[in-house]
Design a protein around this ligand. Structure first.
Ligand code: UFG
Length: 336
């Protein structure tokens, strides 16, 4: 069976393409490379020995997508494509709503036309409102997002589950990612942000490799054990395996199901810095800086539903996350 992946030249999609190929699925990819490189897909093919047909198209282009569906005849779709920078979404809200919603609507319309049922979506822990208490369960309150990026994830969850309610052939799985970090253990693929990274781990690795002078730790006066922000970092290879488990579930069930993909363990900014130094032997100079607007003190998952229903749980350690992120960054200091 061929699985069509949108945006799989990107970070999470490329790791998932490998996990799917290893699990025996055929993979086809559509990406417009607006924030990614075809080299990532070439390396996925090199690592797996699988051919991964790659279509250069905008997922919002209906004619192009119809053509791709006709050629690929997918048995399921995984939707990774989308803009994802929180700060940029505040500056350019219309661009974020237009892109993230249009691509999803076009994709769902093409799925309905081609009668493809299973749809796996890259959602985010950002959909949980500030009122939700950690650890977040799938029942925790959602909404109250603090930026347009988060609202697009929230809205797409509503759109996809509404489509599944109206079409008994559909099977929607919403995967709420916590904080994906790490890289494939080969060091050949990894996270490749354009410009100065927004997220903590790529910032740390770019400081470690000498591209940036020091890390700014955004706040040390939160109500957390060491005062710095706590997050649930999950190894991208564990996350990729979670998609394979979600696909198997979607192939056997109809309707909508939501799963948190996290480890269930909170790690502070300073704990991650120190774990990185220990795992790699490289020092990461840092300075304490003001809090970043919109950040919460502590965010981590209750991942027990994914374990119970999908038989999936995260297995890699924080040490693995640091060592693998560093292997990728140090062997590809300028990215792809
Ligand atoms: N941090 C720093 N310095 C930096 C970058 C981050 O101290 O240079 C801190 C943040 O304040 C936070 C932690 O590191 O405490 C993690 O920050 P990230 O930007 O890596 O991740 P976030 O938890 O803010 O955001 C991530 C994803 C979003 C998603 C959100 C959902 O990047 O896409 O989780 O909870 F919406």
């Amino acid at each position: 069976m061929t699985i069509l992946l949108t945006g799989a030249a990107g970070y999470i999609g490329s790791h998932t393409a490998i996990a799917l190929a290893e699990a025996g699925y055929d993979v086809a990819i559509v990406d417009d490379f607006s924030n990614s490189s075809p080299e990532a897909v070439r390396r996925c093919e090199e690592l797996t020995g699988a051919k991964m047909p790659l279509f250069n198209a905008d997922v919002a282009d209906k004619a192009a997508m119809r053509d791709i569906f006709a050629q690929v005849k997918p048995g399921a779709v995984m939707h990774f494509a989308g803009f994802k920078a929180v700060g940029e979404s505040v500056a350019k809200p219309l661009m974020y709503y237009r892109n993230n919603l249009d691509t999803t609507l076009t994709l769902l319309e093409c799925m309905a036309e081609a009668q493809v049922g299973p749809f796996i979506f890259s959602s985010s822990a950002t959909v949980y409102g500030a009122k939700a208490k950690v650890p977040y369960t799938e029942e925790s309150e959602i909404g109250g997002c603090t930026n347009p990026y988060g609202w697009t994830k929230f809205m797409i969850e509503q759109i996809a589950s509404g489509a599944a309610k109206a079409d008994p052939n559909m099977s929607v799985v919403l995967l709420r990612y916590f904080n994906p970090v790490g890289a494939h253990e080969s060091g050949r693929i990894g996270e490749n942000p354009t410009g100065i990274p927004n997220n903590l781990m790529p910032y740390i690795t770019q400081v470690a490799v000498g591209r940036l002078p020091h890390l700014n730790v955004f706040g040390d006066d939160y109500d957390t054990p060491d005062g710095t922000g706590v997050r649930d970092y999950i190894h991208v290879v564990d996350l990729a395996r979670g998609h394979v488990a979600a696909l198997r579930y979607a192939l056997e069930h109809k309707g909508t199901e939501v799963f948190n993909l996290g480890t269930g363990h909170g790690v502070s900014v300073l704990e991650l810095v120190h774990a990185f130094e220990q795992a790699t032997g490289v020092k990461v100079p840092y300075k304490i800086a003001p809090r970043r607007p919109g950040d919460l003190a502590s965010v981590y998952a209750d991942p027990s539903k994914a374990q119970r229903v999908l038989g999936w749980k995260a297995e890699k350690t924080v040490q693995d996350m640091c060592a693998d992120s560093w292997r990728w960054q140090s062997s590809n200091p300028q990215g792809y």
